[in-house]
Design a protein around this ligand. Structure first.
Ligand code: NAD
Length: 389
């Protein structure tokens, strides 16, 4: 049965990079029979301009009905003077909360071709492939009571509450173990169980969850050590699972290991695997409208969507292989450009990934055939060859 994907381009470079990702989805629909329907909607500043709200009712309803959502980015100087409840970012938070997207997946992958972009030595980060699973809808960011009060002695006191119920820990744990099964089968749970009772429970529940996954290895690490290990020897990790706040900090740290914000996708999933997929970067107003934004994080978000919400791991692999191929060819948007590579714009990069997908398909069809048969097929298909893509 056909699945529905809601496309929310948003603001700034959002529409430019999402257009390239939609190109890839359409290519997969045409060339690989990917059975999805695409619907477009408004969110963020674009929705404020059109309907007076960063998350119109219609968008929320479309999001509820969709199997997956692809989001560009929201925000920009135009809306910064609005009241905080009316800002574009509220649209994003409203979607996460409204759809109960509690599991935030932030891969930190360093393509070997871009090892020079990291601030760490290439041998420390080259080939890095970590998945950080961050709990997104609970913990200290949401716990009650919270606020700033004035004590009897007149001094002000700020307070927040770190709280996790067993069920919240269990569901993020299961999410991490399920993902580890699709990767290298190792989960490291990050906590501060030596100081915080709440994360003592976190550790206990992770142990319980692990009993259902005997094929996955579980280890534990205190968050201070995890931060240190991420910059010392990041390749030791496969899947890291942690609380909302620890995940917020560690995932930004891990992202920066790769040195290129325009390359990193993310997913936020609910309990049924429905997800919202988006690049980790923002709307980059400084380069919006110039055709130079890197669309690869958004295209790689499509790959994540294929893997986690559309049950198409083979197509996800095709998209990732195509991104790898264009990097091998030396194509770079300005943010990842170095000497001896070829500078391209947003659209050229999208076109190159699409061509690489088609080339991959072509090679599969004809690769094992003898030269004679290959050229006969080529002639029958109107001369469609590798070289012409
Ligand atoms: P940003 O991520 O938009 O930009 C930071 C820097 O990275 C800029 O120099 C930008 O040009 C560059 N950059 C980002 N994405 C790029 C890409 N794909 N290709 C090339 N270069 C890229 O962060 P910011 O400047 O702090 O925020 C700008 C706006 O985006 C703000 O309104 C902020 O609130 C919003 N924002 C939105 C999201 C989201 O929608 N998920 C996330 C973060 C920030």
């Amino acid at each position: 049965m056909s699945k529905n994907v809601l496309i929310l381009p948003g603001d700034g470079i959002g529409p430019e990079i999402v257009a390239e990702a939609v190109k890839i989805l359409n290519c997969l629909r045409q060339e690989c029979d990917l059975d999805v329907e695409l619907e477009h909607g408004l969110v963020g500043g674009a929705a404020i301009d059109a309907c007076g709200s960063p998350l119109p009712e219609k968008t929320l309803q479309q999001a509820h009905e969709a199997d997956a959502i692809l989001l560009g980015a929201v925000g920009g100087p135009k809306w910064e003077s609005l009241d905080i409840t009316m800002r574009p970012e509220k649209g994003l938070l409203g979607l996460r909360a409204g759809l109960e997207l509690f599991s935030n997946l932030r891969p930190a992958i360093l393509y070997p071709q871009l090892a020079g972009a990291s601030t760490l030595r290439p041998e420390v980060v080259s080939g890095l492939d970590i998945m950080i699973v961050r709990e997104l809808t609970g913990g200290i960011y949401f716990g009650q009571p919270r606020g700033i009060r004035t004590l009897d002695n007149g001094e002000r006191q700020g307070f927040n509450t770190l709280v996790y119920s067993e069920s919240e820990i269990r569901r993020i744990g299961r999410s991490a173990f399920d993902i580890a099964r699709k990767r290298n089968k190792r989960v490291c749970s990050v906590d501060k169980a030596n100081v915080l009772e709440c994360t003592e429970l976190w550790r206990e529940v992770m142990e319980e969850v692990a009993r259902d996954y005997p094929d996955v290895e579980l280890s534990h690490m205190y968050v201070d050590n995890a931060a240190m290990q991420l910059v010392r020897a990041p390749k030791q990790f496969d899947v890291l699972v942690t609380t909302n706040m620890f995940g917020d900090i560690l995932s930004d740290c891990a992202a920066m290991l790769t040195g290129s914000i325009g390359m990193l996708p993310s997913a936020s999933l609910d309990a049924a695997g429905k997800g919202m997929y988006e690049p980790i970067h923002g709307s980059a107003p400084d380069i919006a409208g110039r055709g130079i934004a890197n669309p690869l994080a958004t295209i790689l978000s499509v790959a994540m969507m294929l893997r986690y919400s559309l049950d198409q791991p083979a197509l996800a692999g095709r998209v990732e292989a195509a991104v790898n191929a264009v990097l091998d060819e030396g194509l770079r948007t300005p943010d990842i450009y170095t000497e001896d590579t070829v500078k391209v714009g947003t659209q050229e990069m999208g076109d190159a990934v699409m061509a690489a997908i088609k080339r991959g398909l072509w090679d599969e069809v004809t690769g094992s055939l003898p030269a004679q048969e290959r050229s006969e097929i080529c002639a029958r298909s109107g001369g469609h060859t590798n070289d012409q893509d």
